[in-house]
Design a protein around this ligand. Structure first.
Ligand SMILES: *Cc1c(COP(=O)(O)O)cnc(C)c1O
Length: 352
């Protein structure tokens, strides 16, 4: 018997949402944006010179970093970019969570956090959210190796107040506090300004949700230059050319069209509020979502059943088979037309 298996790293991976491909499908399972990216993105792709692909991209990513910094009114040295915020968050975990004390994040949150913690051998604890899916601040007062909070949280859609975040940060000035703002544009309450007051806070955002660029893989972190430099050094020790020339050009174009995205975001918020009323009428309950999805439970039908019935109609929503949330459906907000169709089909399922 040979022993080569002894040295293989075996991990339990994150399970991404399905990417089915039916021409007639209504895809409400991975929180993608139903609207196309900005016209400036289309133009950047049309104008892109494929000949330049023979050269490596700029390792400093400065065109993209510059556009992000301008959009948020900060300096270039306060911006880090990566291949989607998943990449940015993974590098942040690697860079900042090197204590022997456990890092803290809620039991119900983005399930990638525990996957990275295990991958990087970072000890962690996941205090329970309360029954309304709110974070209990005092669970985060104990000695720890760092904190990650998705705000608004996923998959619940609920956000914590700024006062709450300040309280957590004030109690944790000796560790890095990461605030994952993947959905912040649908809520409008970013903690970015707190990075000026607190040098241990890192805010992470993405172009995948509000900027309709999930397929391009662009994420970024913002914080004080010392944090950004530390992340850059880790990145350069790992992959010095993480982002393609095309994604740099596309990300820059997207950052330069805030007005367009304000419009599409507004439409999604309007459709979300309409969908909330309809779901209530059909007997669902849910926390007050401030994202582009609603996390809902039905008073009599099992989530798994509704999920299956919708799937037969090629309507895809997300169902998590995890403790405490296995009777919930996470429903991404599509266009108004898609949501009307979804509600019509859902109503038929619940009538039977
Ligand atoms: C979608 C999501 C991300 C990652 O998105 P990317 O496409 O990798 O930028 C990160 N955090 C949360 C909470 C998300 O929902």
């Amino acid at each position: 018997m040979s022993n080569w298996r002894d040295n293989i790293r075996l991990v339990e991976p994150y399970v991404p949402g399905e990417q089915p491909d039916f021409p007639d499908m209504v895809k409400l399972n991975t929180n993608e944006n139903p609207y196309p990216p900005s016209p400036k993105v289309f133009k950047a792709i049309k104008d892109f010179d494929a000949d330049t692909l023979k050269l490596y991209p700029d390792p400093s990513l400065h065109l993209l970093v510059d556009a992000i910094a301008k959009n948020y009114g900060i300096e270039d040295n306060q911006v880090f970019t990566g291949i989607g915020s998943d990449d940015v968050l993974a590098i942040a975990f690697m860079t900042f969570f090197n204590s022997k004390k456990p890092i803290l994040f809620p039991d119900i949150t983005y399930s990638f956090y525990s996957v990275w913690a295990k991958l990087f051998k970072i000890p962690y604890k996941s205090p329970e959210l309360d029954k309304d899916f709110m974070i209990k601040a005092k669970d985060y007062y104990s000695d720890n190796g760092g904190i990650v909070i998705a705000n608004p949280n996923a998959p619940t859609g609920i956000s914590q107040s700024e006062d709450f975040l300040i309280d957590i940060i004030e109690h944790n000035r000796d560790v890095i506090v990461i605030i994952d703002e993947a959905y912040v544009d649908f809520c409008g309450k970013s903690a970015l300004h707190l990075t000026k007051r607190y040098d241990n806070v890192l805010v992470v955002q993405t172009c995948s949700k509000s900027r309709s660029l999930a397929g391009m893989r662009i994420g970024y972190a913002m914080g004080n230059p010392e944090l950004i430099k530390a992340m850059d050094d880790v990145r350069l020790s790992f992959n010095s050319y993480p982002m393609t020339r095309l994604s740099i050009a596309v990300g820059k174009a997207a950052m330069e069209d805030a007005d367009y995205y304000k419009e599409t975001t507004k439409k999604i918020i309007e459709t979300r509020e309409w969908t909330k009323k309809e779901l209530k009428r059909l007997g669902f309950t849910f926390g007050d979502s401030e994202t582009n999805f609603i996390f809902a439970v039905h008073s009599s039908f099992k989530a798994e059943y509704i999920f299956r019935k919708l799937k037969e109609k090629h309507i895809f929503v997300r169902h998590f088979n995890s403790p405490r949330i296995d009777n919930y459906l996470r429903i991404s907000i599509g266009t108004q037309e898609q949501m009307q169709y979804f509600i019509t089909e859902l109503e038929k399922i619940l009538m039977k």
